[in-house]
Ligand binder design. Structure first.
Ligand SMILES: CCCCCCCC/C=C\CCCCCCCC(=O)SCCNC(=O)CCNC(=O)[C@H](O)C(C)(C)COP(=O)(O)OP(=O)(O)OC[C@H]1O[C@@H](n2cnc3c(N)ncnc32)[C@H](O)[C@@H]1OP(=O)(O)O
Length: 217
């Protein structure tokens, strides 16, 4: 007996090919180490997507738990200070070397705007095919934060981030994301962003970013 139950519905799968479009070709031009690390975070993200979709039997749950615990123990002695870490700090990678947010693949970026695509895989499902309402502000913070911190501007922190959910944001679709600078006033920058599914506005956000003073955490 397993806890997987009878006759699971396998009809609603990710894509015909099983490929995650946002998990590939993630290099902006990084070195060999970045490329290898990108492969690692892609594999991890892929695992999370497939885990989110799967209904494993008890024996497989136990063996996967053991494998994951062993991998985690292997990393234990490698922990380093924040400034020396790799995760989330590789700006030469489209994914930034992280799996916390879906990859925002920016095709066009200048001083005042950025646009590209985002793809929320099954890991980011809230329910009924819609992305979790917390994952959407996460992506907005990611793209607005990148734009606020771009072009040699001093490091900025988000003071507020207001999100309006206009219609459901679907998982497993390539969506368009846009961000632009609205105003600058001393240390304060207001930026806005949208996510569209073709011509449907899924969500929009406004963020206030404050440039940090020297030494400010
Ligand atoms: C180190 C940053 C990252 C570097 C990245 C490097 C590049 C990496 C590349 C890619 C990045 C990818 C993307 C990641 C980016 C994500 C960024 C985040 O999510 S940060 C985490 C969440 N945010 C917090 O934890 C802030 C917590 N809050 C604070 O630390 C302070 O409140 C802070 C810094 C926001 C402001 O504090 P004050 O003491 O410096 O300044 P005061 O005097 O309070 O405010 C300045 C002005 O702003 C207004 N203001 C402040 N907060 C406001 C608010 N909530 N609403 C309206 N106005 C506000 C004030 O009224 C004041 O305006 P008036 O100068 O008087 O006109």
């Amino acid at each position: 007996m397993t806890s997987a139950g009878e006759q699971p519905d396998r009809t609603v799968l990710l894509t015909d090919t099983g490929e995650r479009p946002w998990r590939s070709a993630n290099l902006y031009g990084g070195d060999e180490y970045s490329a290898a690390y990108d492969e690692l975070t892609n594999a991890l993200g892929d695992f999370l997507d497939r885990l989110a979709e799967a209904r494993p039997e008890t024996e497989l749950i136990a063996s996967m738990t053991e494998s994951l615990s062993e991998l985690a123990r292997g990393l234990d002695p490698l922990a380093v200070a924040e400034r020396d870490r790799v995760f989330g700090r590789r700006t030469d990678l489209v994914s930034r070397g992280q799996t916390m947010s879906p990859t925002v693949d920016l095709a066009e970026v200048d001083d005042r705007s950025a646009s590209g695509t985002v793809y929320f895989g099954p890991y980011f499902l809230g329910g009924n095919g819609a992305v979790h309402g917390g994952a959407i502000p996460l992506v907005f913070d990611e793209i607005l934060g990148r734009l606020a911190n771009a072009s040699g501007r001093p490091p900025q922190r988000t003071a507020y981030l207001n999100t309006d959910f206009r219609s459901i944001t679907p998982v497993n679709r390539t969506l368009t994301i846009r961000a632009w600078l609205v105003s600058e006033d001393g240390r304060k920058r207001v930026l806005r962003a949208t996510i569209h599914d073709q011509d449907i506005l899924c969500a929009e956000a406004e963020g206030l970013f404050i440039a940090l003073r020297p030494g400010q955490p």
